[in-house]
Design a protein around this ligand. Structure first.
Ligand code: NAP
Ligand code: MG
Length: 485
């Protein structure tokens, strides 16, 4: 098949489907087969200009920000309903493009619908306040949108990461420009399809595809954006913060992680096992807040290594569309990176109890699910984000030591504690340096709970009520009353 036979998705600007200004396109593949599946526009700075201008025009017309918030919320709720009504179709598109298992694809579309539903409901609940200044004065504070928000999206949740920042941004009255991830650009456009059907006004949502170094860099440096939300790697996040500082544009950064769970000897071991499957092997470990490390109490260390090794060796491996537990990594580069970490871990003295290498007999980018035991705090595998199906296991003898190991990286996204003793869990929760602390279940939370990183894992919070604060700024209106009555 030549690329010209492939389905082609144009950019979405001002409620219209448009080619890149210079007509270029780029291809996306199915990671399970490595075959091309579709084309999208390859945007340059000119296309980003076009999208930002459309968003600015919507902002200037106040077609969205000036709408009664209840009506704005209703449009988002309708977009949510449309996503749910087309869940199977959208989940299949997502799975083919990014490789994850179909049940996770369905959950991602459901999660995206929930963001729109939750923030749609909150649009009208965003209230200001009145500040008394004494007789003769009035003062009120209004939460107003920033204006044009720029959203740069990673490939690991190509729909969910759009929904997470777009829903509160739109609920608060902003107009958005989204840059899709190059490796799986197709799923961002489900929001365009839903927006058109739900009646979102022209220019409130604009979506462009293109390379980070080109379209992404042009977007974050654009003089006419008012806010940036970036979800991706810590290094690129830092470069985006530098670009934003040139124009004092506020940023929300959702970056990498190296999250650890502490396993005490009194933990329910069947529960720990279930959480290993969900915590590190979901999306084959390509999750920012994956449970990448288990820090295990001495007395149960051997048992945990043995149990986790056995369950990992028994996971089913294959294409996401067939709903296997271990699905391909997103790209050949990602597979090289992840395999490299496993190879070096062996050389540095970790004990690989299962996996450790790619699965070369399968056509896609498959990495064997891997357990690395006897990892030491200073090793690369305990410090660097792998972003693949590799679990490190470390040992501790006192709770203080466990917390020190868990905290001992540059990151601070999530941390967990498995124990039957709630006081002990809370003692650890007080000391763990992470935005999310999970007790006895990895990932407790939802659209309602704030999410974000300590330390190098990020800046600002997504999800929950707190997220709305990030997409508004306060305008204080102070009035001197000149007449006596
Ligand atoms: P990435 O390489 O940093 O890319 C993220 C996005 O930024 C992509 O759209 C990318 O475009 C774009 N980009 C790259 N260079 C850019 C530049 N100079 N200027 C503007 N945009 C640029 O990250 P990734 O590999 O896609 O995602 C994996 C990383 O994301 C991991 O570190 C993971 O932990 C993190 N993540 C964090 C969260 C969170 O909530 N904390 C959630 C998900 C993922 P291209 O696609 O064209 O490269
Ligand atoms: Mg793809």
């Amino acid at each position: 098949m030549t690329t010209t036979d492939l389905p082609y998705t144009r950019n979405f600007i001002a409620n219209a489907w448009v080619d890149a200004a210079d007509g270029r396109r780029m291809t996306t593949e199915d990671p399970a087969t490595t075959l091309p599946i579709a084309e999208v526009a390859r945007s340059s700075a000119a296309d980003v200009d076009h999208a930002v201008a459309a968003a600015r025009a919507a902002t200037a017309a106040r077609s969205w920000s000036g709408m009664r918030p209840l009506a704005r919320g209703r449009v988002l709720t309708e977009m949510s309903r449309i996503l749910r009504s087309r869940k199977e179709e959208f989940a299949r598109r997502l799975t083919l493009d990014c490789g994850k298992r179909l049940s996770e694809g369905r959950a991602e579309i459901e999660g995206s619908a929930r963001y729109l539903e939750y923030y749609g409901g909150l649009a009208a609940a965003l209230e200001g306040k009145y500040i008394p200044l004494g007789d003769g004065y009035m003062d009120f504070v209004v939460p107003v949108p920033h204006g044009v928000t720029a959203h740069v999206i990673p490939w690991n949740y190509p729909a969910g990461m759009v929904a997470r920042s777009l829903s509160p941004a739109l609920a608060a009255g902003n107009a958005a420009v989204v840059k899709t991830p190059s490796l799986d650009p197709l799923s961002a456009f489900i929001f365009a399809e839903a927006a058109l059907e739900a009646g979102l006004p022209d220019g409130v949502l604009n979506i462009v595809s293109g390379a980070g170094s080109e379209a992404g860099a042009a977007l974050v440096a654009h003089p006419d954006i008012d806010h940036i939300v970036f979800t991706g790697s810590t290094d690129v996040g830092r470069s985006i913060m530098r670009a934003a500082s040139e124009r004092t544009v506020p940023v929300i950064l959702e970056l990498g992680g190296k999250s650890a769970a502490i396993v005490f000897a009194d933990a329910d071991m069947a529960n720990v096992e279930a959480n290993v499957v969900a915590g590190i092997f979901e999306n084959s470990g390509q999750v920012c807040d994956s449970m990448t490390r288990l820090v295990v109490e001495d007395s149960v260390y051997d048992e945990v290594v043995e149990r986790v090794t056995a369950l990992t060796a028994g996971l089913s491996i294959g294409a996401g569309i067939d709903d296997h537990e271990i699905t391909p990594l997103i790209s050949a580069d990602q597979l090289d990176t992840v395999e490299g970490f496993a190879t070096r871990a062996k050389a540095y003295g970790a004990r690989i109890t299962t996996g450790g290498a790619r699965l070369g007999d399968l056509p896609g980018h498959f990495m064997a699910p891997t357990i690395a035991a006897d990892v030491e705090p200073g090793m690369e595998l305990n410090q660097s984000e792998v972003f693949g199906p590799v679990l490190s296991i470390l040992r501790f003898s006192t709770a203080g030591e466990a917390v020190e190991v868990a905290n001992g990286t540059q990151y601070g996204l999530a941390a967990g504690v498995f124990t039957a003793d709630l006081d002990r869990a809370l003692w650890c929760a007080e000391r763990l340096e992470a935005g999310q602390i999970h007790v006895n279940e990895w990932g407790v939370g939802g659209v309602e709970t704030p999410f974000g990183g300590f330390k190098a894992s990020g800046l600002g919070r997504e999800k929950g009520l707190e997220s709305l604060e990030g997409y508004t700024q306060s305008k204080n209106v102070g009035i001197r009353r000149l007449n006596g009555f």
